[in-house]
Design a protein around this ligand. Structure first.
Ligand code: F6P
Length: 360
């Protein structure tokens, strides 16, 4: 009999509970015990755990969030925390860990594997930016939420003859903006992979107006930034509350999290001011924020999360550690944690070219 620890780290994401349920149910088949580690790496450092049974995962499949909690704790900022993790794995008798997370959480898993911990990973993020997997679970749900928002924004933008800028998540990549932008028929999509020129954006919108379209929807990823270094107004703290972070990103505060990330947000408002100035058209901003991460997962995400959970348990059965389960085509495969976390998976430019056909 094995004793397996499972944890969820980083930002929450629809489908986490579906994975936890699948891990527990598949493990029960092997007569293994599953220990839920609370609040990501923090719970492993502090020894906060609970037994997960068939009963405790009953009814959680459609539930958003994570029943075991999450945090953005990075144990590698402090040698003692890594030591405590190693000791707790031993003290609690954990034979292996199932780590459900995005690039930050899985990069910790990869480092732990290198120091001898038996670990397997499952790719989670609404941003869909993990390498080696076509999709992460949570992305489909976020895209559905954003698409519905864009549909709704269309009717109000049209009635008031306004430009509406919708700011969506996507720190390093614009998967959500591009996919939901195509699905919702956005008239412009701005993503971190393609720095924009405000004059060009406005010119496309003006062309649209000259064709008789008196409203526009712009989808912008929070990590999008302008090509020109001196984007007007952005570092004028009197006229705007935003800060300029590294690489010209627009941020809410200058504080960084345990993984060195600044809190993004503000590009939508900055953009809106510029559009109003260049076009003299009334512009409004909708920042979707954490709504994109909350609530019940789509059927697609529930199925993907379930397949990932089952596959992760199979990896442990085969003692195939240091791996992350992944979706390639329609098959569940595995790749090394190192490969998965080595770089972000950026938006497929063929997809972005399709989106561009509908700009303006
Ligand atoms: O999980 C990634 C992400 O969705 C990013 O797109 C976003 O920048 C970040 O989470 C914000 O998360 P939080 O507010 O929880 O730190």
């Amino acid at each position: 009999m094995k004793k397996i620890g499972v944890l969820t780290g980083g930002g929450d994401c629809p489908g986490l509970n579906a994975v936890i349920r699948a891990v527990v149910r598949k493990s029960i088949q092997y007569d293994w015990e599953i220990i839920g580690i609370k609040n990501g790496w923090k719970g492993l450092i502090n020894g906060e755990m609970e037994l997960l049974t068939d009963y405790s995962v009953s009814g959680i499949l459609p539930k958003g969030g994570t029943i075991i909690g999450t945090s953005r704790t990075n144990p590698f900022t402090n040698k003692e925390d890594v030591q405590r993790i190693v000791e707790n794995i031993k003290n609690f008798g954990l034979d292996a860990l199932v780590v459900i997370g995005g690039d930050d959480t899985l990069s910790v898993a990869s480092k732990l594997y290198k120091i001898g911990i038996s670990v397997v990973g499952i790719p989670k993020t609404i941003d869909n930016d993990l390498s080696g997997t076509d999709y992460t679970f949570g992305f489909d749900t976020a895209v559905s939420i954003v698409t519905e928002a864009i549909d709704r924004l269309h009717t109000t933008a049209e009635s008031h003859h306004r430009v509406i800028v919708v700011e969506v998540m996507g720190r390093h990549t614009g998967w959500i903006a591009t996919t939901a932008g195509i699905a919702g028929g956005a008239d412009e999509i701005l993503i971190p992979e393609v720095p924009f020129v405000i004059e060009d954006v406005c010119q496309r919108l003006k062309d649209r107006y000259s064709r008789g379209k008196k409203f526009s929807i712009i989808a912008v990823a929070e990590g999008a930034y302008p090509k020109a270094e001196d984007f007007p107004n952005t570092n004028n703290k009197e006229s705007s509350n935003q800060n300029i972070g590294e690489a010209g990103l627009i941020t809410q505060t200058e504080e960084k999290d345990a993984f060195g990330h600044v809190r993004l947000g503000g590009i939508g408002h900055t953009l809106a001011k510029e559009i109003e100035k260049h076009m003299m058209v009334e512009t409004r901003v909708t920042v979707l924020g954490h709504v994109q991460r909350g609530g019940t997962p789509t059927a697609h995400d529930r199925v993907l999360a379930t397949r990932f959970g089952v596959a992760a348990v199979e990896l442990i059965k085969d003692e195939n550690f240091g791996k992350m389960v992944a979706l390639q085509g329609n098959k569940i495969v595995h790749i090394t944690l190192e490969e998965a976390t080595s770089k972000s998976k950026t938006v497929d430019m063929e997809l972005y070219e399709i989106a561009k056909l509908f700009f303006g």
